[in-house]
Write a protein that binds this ligand. Structure first.
Ligand SMILES: *Cc1c(COP(=O)(O)O)cnc(C)c1O
Length: 389
């Protein structure tokens, strides 16, 4: 057999959620009625008006040809209007916005546009695995910044060693955060802009969860900070906001040079998002907001049920202000993976050990609220029963 894959493949670890998925499947095979609170993939359907818009747009001959790599002008304009309305950020739809096949695609391709072999990428520990994976594919090094509970899971930028800060090419932020569910303060984003300017480090914020929030308190955007556009950009996605993870559409907005570089990689690698999906995305951004309001109410009710059951069971829970994740401290003397396996074996609940996204996540497990209401209630019942054992 002469076929050998590139080293970057053999050196790439298994995608975290693949391992988790296998454990879950094994349990199902054993006959366990599994409540899956592991993966964060919305259970609720895409709003009907968005689906209807796709149906109409699918018949448009113009949508049957290659789309433009940077995205339709109408969609970039709708994005610009949304960013202005929601965050008071003004963006040039031609130069400061690019439509993506989901933000994950953009995160990976932007890394190719930014990082040379040997460069340093700074990222949180724990963090969404794609930032580090993409840096690795570029031959860049990763320097992890611990996200600690006592600092609200915001990295301590003042503690980055000076030589690392000077040498680093990019700092990845992700607020609202997966897996910790932390939100950033305006002050923190200001510090990040200063850090970027002082050390000539590009600052990227992944804002995929910007619209999944509670208690009527919308999270801030990195781009709201004066000077943010000079140092970086922000990723947004329709995936979580409109239950559209399968549709693959998002965008990057901010620094013109970065948008241009990302676009240049994209022209060489992909051909953009299906035109009909872009038309449906316009509908979502213009007309879909009442369903997002409903979605927030549903997650809030689920959050309250799950957090209460965990708290009643003696768990130390961090009640989230945003995202559809609930982070909980593991029981004393147990590791995260051990806790996840224990929950699966004892009550058939799948959760994610946060350490799977970086050892800084050790000591916490993450529960996702993307399961139907009755399954969340079932999980709550089982957690109560477990604590009474
Ligand atoms: C879900 C998720 C994404 C992926 O979003 P897509 O737009 O569907 O690619 C990006 N970042 C984080 C942190 C996520 O949790």
């Amino acid at each position: 057999m002469f076929i050998r894959l590139a080293k970057r493949i053999s050196e790439t670890g298994e995608y975290l959620f693949a391992a988790l998925d296998r454990k879950k499947r094994d349990a199902i095979k054993r006959g366990v009625d599994v409540v899956n609170l592991g993966v964060g993939d919305p259970d609720l359907p895409t709003p009907e008006l968005v689906i209807e818009s796709l149906r109409r747009a699918a018949g448009e001959p113009g949508n049957h040809q290659y789309p433009s790599y940077q995205g339709k002008e109408e969609l970039r304009r709708a994005i610009s209007e949304y960013m202005s309305r929601r965050f008071h950020v003004s963006l040039d739809p031609d130069k400061e916005i690019v439509v993506l096949i989901g933000s994950k695609e953009g995160i990976a391709h932007l890394s190719w546009a930014m990082l040379d072999p040997g460069d340093i990428a700074l990222l949180g520990d724990p963090a969404y695995p794609v930032y580090g994976g993409a840096a690795f594919f570029c031959g860049a090094h990763v320097h992890r910044l611990p996200l600690k509970r006592e600092r609200g899971f915001l990295p301590d930028l003042g503690s980055v060693p000076e030589d690392v800060a000077k040498k680093a090419k990019v700092l990845w932020l992700n607020y609202p955060n997966n897996p910790t569910a932390a939100t950033a303060t305006r002050e923190f984003f200001e510090q990040a802009v200063d850090f970027g300017k002082k050390n000539e480090v590009i600052i990227i914020n992944d804002a995929s969860y910007a619209e999944i929030y509670y208690d009527g308190k919308p999270p801030v955007s990195f781009l709201e900070i004066p000077g943010a556009k000079d140092v970086g950009l922000e990723f947004h996605s329709l995936s979580k906001t409109f239950n559209m993870t399968g549709w693959r559409v998002g965008w990057a907005a901010g620094n013109e040079t970065l948008i241009d570089g990302l676009g240049r990689i994209k022209t060489n690698v992909d051909s953009g998002v299906f035109g009909a999906v872009q038309d449906a995305a316009v509908t979502a951004l213009k007309e879909g907001w009442s369903s997002v309001e409903e979605l927030r109410k549903i997650y809030a009710a689920r959050r309250d049920i799950l957090c209460k059951a965990l708290q009643d069971g003696g768990w130390d829970v961090l009640v989230p202000k945003a995202t559809f994740f609930v982070l909980a401290s593991v029981p004393k003397g147990m590791a995260g993976m051990e806790t996840a396996e224990w929950l699966l074996n004892e009550c058939g609940i799948v959760c994610t050990p946060a350490a799977g996204m970086g050892k800084g996540g050790e000591g916490f497990v993450r529960f996702s609220l993307t399961a139907p209401d009755e399954r969340i209630e079932e999980a709550a019942r089982r957690l109560r029963a477990l604590s009474e054992k």
